[in-house]
Design a protein around this ligand. Structure first.
Ligand code: ATP
Length: 424
């Protein structure tokens, strides 16, 4: 089977790596891909939002299945477009993708179907929002309604920060149309974790849990990033929590959407806030997380192509998911300066050595020009170790990661600190 994977991050590298190991897959194309996806297939120079060209490519090359990595093509309606020509594609429709594309939409559905989440109000007028904000006080959370590349959320602990965030979004319109509505939300305390699920709109298979590290510096300090490291499973997700997520969050969400006339197919990502036995939804994403995928998929024993195909064909109940009991840890190597300004085109060395030492290395912001691999983004490489326990996996990575070098490389030294603390 010929597969087209859309995207260019570490998430897509992990998806390609898994598909490359499927004996059902004969050829992988990646649009646009990165310096590492070349190891699994052919990079195609089409951007993720160019749906017309992506579709042309799928038709002309007789692609059997297209897999969508990032949210943008999903919210633009790539699944609906491919569907019109009977092209098989893995991911939710445009309507279903609103669950990530509009926080107001997601909150409305959660409220209607009694899915536990923070209380909220949505505003389109600055003065009204300001009045509400002042009345509620801090801590409080201000969110631009639409996509803002992870930058649209402010968790404010003083009122000036809250007001400034509101001004930025509603008066200065720094996120453009994404800020036409603002969601103001109650602050939730607790520990965050994620559970992603495969669903064909009928059957829901939650995957193993994971936990990201969003801040740039050790100790969860500094600005937010796309994610600096992950591990799976996350011990904060006890068996009880896992069951609650399935029964009280995933099932009512898929059922609720169905009642709204929306069939959800693909990956449903639930971002959770866990406090003791209480679990609430922080956000839903409509695709694999990055870098959660890099620790979840290496633990999946089932053939990923079969899972994708079963979802696309709405036959997920016909297969079973099997998981590796071991622990996976991922450390993201970034360009110095990220998430602010950083330089590109730094030569990367030592990847092969790290792989020979038993680490999995997924490329993210890299490019390969005639065998010369250089940096091409903020998050450059995702280094993964799979071991019997969390400490062994963490030690394994940090003992070996420095065989990989590029000028100004930066990575967090404390990935999985919460799990390690729990274990000790
Ligand atoms: P992402 O970068 O995952 O796309 P996003 O822009 O979709 O993020 P959210 O996930 O809703 O935004 O929020 C980003 C982060 O802000 C969360 O991971 C969480 O740490 C924090 N956060 C969001 N909502 C709340 C809340 N109600 N209470 C406390 N923290 C929150």
């Amino acid at each position: 089977m010929k597969v087209l994977v859309i995207g260019n991050g570490g998430r897509e590298s992990a998806i390609c790596w898994k598909l490359f190991n499927s004996n059902k897959v004969s050829k992988i194309y990646i649009a646009p891909g990165n310096g590492g996806t070349l190891n699994y297939g052919e990079n195609i120079d089409i951007s993720v939002d160019n749906i017309v060209e992506l579709k042309k490519f799928a038709v002309n090359n007789k692609i059997d299945l297209t897999v969508v990595g990032p949210e943008i093509p999903l919210t633009l309606g790539i699944v609906d477009e491919f569907g019109k020509d009977g092209l098989k594609i893995f991911g939710p429709s445009k309507e279903a993708a609103e669950l990530e594309g509009s926080k107001d939409f997601a909150k409305k559905i959660m409220k209607k179907y009694k899915i536990p989440t923070a209380d909220y109000e949505t505003f389109t007028e600055y003065e009204e929002a300001l009045k509400y904000l002042k009345n509620k006080g801090v801590p409080i959370v201000i969110k631009a309604d639409g996509l803002a590349a992870g930058k649209g959320v402010t968790v404010a602990f003083n009122i000036d920060d809250a007001i400034n965030a509101l001004k930025d979004i509603m008066l200065d319109k720094i996120f453009g149309e994404s800020g036409a509505k603002v969601v103001i939300e109650e602050y939730m305390d607790g520990e965050e974790a994620s559970i992603l699920a495969f669903t064909d709109g009928k059957t829901i298979y939650p995957m193993v849990s994971s936990q990201d590290h969003k801040r740039i510096y050790d100790g969860d300090k500094g600005p937010n990033t796309g994610g600096m490291g992950t591990y799976s499973p996350a011990p904060v997700v006890t068996d009880e929590v896992y069951k609650m997520v399935y029964n009280d969050i995933l099932v009512p969400m898929i059922k609720g959407l169905k009642e709204e006339g929306i069939k959800y197919k693909g990956v449903l990502y639930a971002g959770l806030m866990i406090s003791g036995k209480e679990v609430k939804v922080v956000e839903f994403n409509v695709r694999f997380g990055d870098p959660e995928t890099q620790v979840v998929l290496p633990r999946l024993k089932t053939d990923l192509f079969e899972v994708f195909e079963a979802v696309a064909e709405e036959k997920l109940d016909k297969i079973k998911l099997e998981w590796d009991d071991r622990v996976a840890v991922c450390v993201v190597m970034a360009s110095g300066g990220y998430p602010g300004k950083y330089e590109k085109e730094k030569l990367i060395t030592g990847i092969k050595e790290a792989e020979e030492n038993g680490l999995l290395v997924f490329h993210a912001g890299t490019k390969d020009e005639n065998g010369k691999v250089t940096t091409n983004g903020g998050r450059v490489l995702d280094v993964v170790s799979i071991k019997d326990n969390i400490k062994a996996a963490v030690d394994d990575i940090y003992n070996k990661i420095d065989s990989i070098n590029f000028e100004n490389k930066f990575y967090r030294k404390d990935i999985a600190h919460k799990a390690l603390k729990r274990e000790s």
